[in-house]
Design a protein around this ligand. Structure first.
Ligand code: BGC
Length: 488
């Protein structure tokens, strides 16, 4: 590997050369959220919320679906996992769509697909139509997962960019939490059609809000619509010096040259940001978050929470609600403390929590082997619960929001759409593998070793981030690009 290491002694992003720094709008102080920026924020919140809801809701709906269509085990897996398949595909085409049609129109398409997919699922007369609905929703999830944070990163003032993209993560967590709540409320009845169809309402709202939302001035400049870019910028951020800002974008687009082909995205010159984006996407998943999000009920069951009601309650509140609340920490601190501090601190907490869960499961194994405790959570079960809460808190202020933020800010504009799409697709692929094989791995090596394996991945992620991932706090997108120019 010939890539240069990030200099540990000067881990903050090196000052960009004068010709860039001097011409940039002063990013770190511009924190004014105008009404149109609020609209952008609403688009981001709806996109993330739908992502989280559609990801979380299936666990509760599956029971009713299985009964309604007498699904074989294979079809159960298809119904569950084809959303991920659709999302993988959606993420890949989304970069192309976002570059060709613009960020805003791409979000509109995602809103339409969320609505359509939810309705198709709710009204499905048979398995084939249901699976088609799952696939449509999945494509919507993938398209939104690329387009919404990209849109937020391009429209937010630099000083608020971390918070805008973290708001997307906050929305994902709210979506998961709502899905857990809905699953809990409707679990006794045959309400799977309502569970799956409910996403049509926010889908439609996303479509309506995106219709009114502004275009990304950066994208308008990319496609040569300078007058439109000026008027959109004036609308979104009336206080800023539009001309100055547009000049900066223009210069950075000129320096980037033409829009890159897929091959150029993999060019040696961009290998470093691509590796950072893909690496973060993989580490976010292989450190275990979705194993816990998807299988929390089963983990708590093995930890001694015997009734379904107690499992649903701890999952909803200890995982779902805590995930939402802890994401607020990231929103408050990401632009103040920076990305690296949050990532590195969070990973230490995640690793320690996972090691603790592994140790606790040693005792749980002993307890159940001796069959001494069967009627409620054991001490080891409570320790597991507390450790998982710690894990969720640490993930929610670090690897959750910060990974999406960094992925959306490190790439030069001409490859950004495609590169973000690749990182997002890799993230979905890794999520699919972890959730697909988690139970198999537990079966093969046991609970403790599985959690220690996740802890090991946290340690590897820590070392890799320490040496490879630069600090991007408070830098404009144009300044961040200078990092790769300086290093190559
Ligand atoms: C991840 C999802 C995960 C969620 C949990 C996101 O950042 O990409 O895979 O389920 O966080 O909050």
């Amino acid at each position: 590997m010939t890539l240069p290491l990030i200099d540990p002694a000067a881990r903050a992003l090196p000052k960009a050369p004068d010709r860039v720094t001097s011409s940039l709008e002063p990013p770190a102080t511009d924190q004014h959220v105008t009404p149109w920026l609020m609209v952008v924020l609403v688009v981001v919140l709806f996109s993330g919320g739908l992502f989280g809801y559609d990801q979380g809701v299936i666990s509760g709906a599956l029971h009713g679906v299985r009964q309604a269509f007498a699904l074989s085990p294979l079809l159960v897996e298809v119904v569950t996992s084809w959303v991920t398949l659709g999302a993988l595909f959606g993420a890949l085409v989304s970069g192309e769509l976002a570059d060709r049609m613009g960020r805003k129109r791409t979000v509109l398409i995602a809103g339409a697909m969320f609505t359509l997919g939810a309705l198709v699922q709710a009204l499905a007369p048979d398995t084939v139509v249901l699976v088609a609905g799952r696939l449509i929703i999945g494509v919507g999830v993938g398209v939104a997962a690329v387009a919404a944070p990209l849109y937020a990163a391009e429209l937010a003032p630099s000083a608020l960019r971390g918070r805008f993209v973290s708001a997307y993560q906050l929305a994902i967590t709210i979506g998961i939490f709502l899905a857990y709540l809905v699953d809990g409320w409707l679990s006794d009845t045959d309400s799977w059609r309502i569970m799956l169809g409910a996403a049509a309402v926010p889908g439609l709202l996303l479509f309506a809000v995106a219709l009114a939302a502004p275009q990304s001035p950066r994208w308008l400049m990319m496609v040569g619509r300078k007058t439109d870019a000026a008027s959109e910028l004036g609308r979104i951020r009336p206080g800023v010096n539009s001309q100055h800002h547009l000049d900066t974008i223009e210069r950075s687009l000129r320096e980037e040259g033409h829009k890159a082909s897929w091959r150029e995205v993999f060019d040696r010159q961009w290998r470093q940001p691509l590796l950072i984006g893909v690496g973060l996407a993989v580490f976010q998943q292989i450190t275990g978050i979705n194993a816990i999000i998807y299988y929390a009920d089963q983990i708590f069951a093995s930890a001694g929470f015997v009734t379904q009601a107690s499992q649903t309650t701890v999952t909803t509140w200890a995982i779902g609600a805590v995930n939402v609340l802890a994401t607020l920490i990231a929103i408050a601190y990401i632009d103040r403390l920076g990305r690296r501090k949050l990532l590195l601190t969070g990973l230490v907490g995640m690793a320690l929590s996972l090691v603790t869960v592994g140790i606790a499961f040693q005792f749980i194994k002993t307890a159940s082997a001796s069959a001494s405790v069967t009627s409620g959570p054991t001490t080891a079960g409570i320790v597991t619960l507390c450790a998982l809460v710690c894990f969720i808190i640490c993930f929610a202020f670090s690897m959750g929001p910060v990974v999406w933020t960094v992925i959306n800010e490190i790439f030069p504009g001409h490859i950004r759409g495609r590169a973000v799409a690749i990182a997002t697709a890799v993230n979905w692929g890794s999520a699919f593998l972890v959730s697909q094989f988690f139970l198999t791995v537990i079966g093969a090596i046991g609970n403790s070793l599985t959690f220690w394996l996740f802890a090991l991945f946290c340690a590897l992620a820590w070392v890799w981030i320490y040496f490879r991932v630069p600090e991007t706090k408070g830098q404009s997108l144009e300044q961040i690009q200078q990092l790769w120019v300086v290093k190559t």
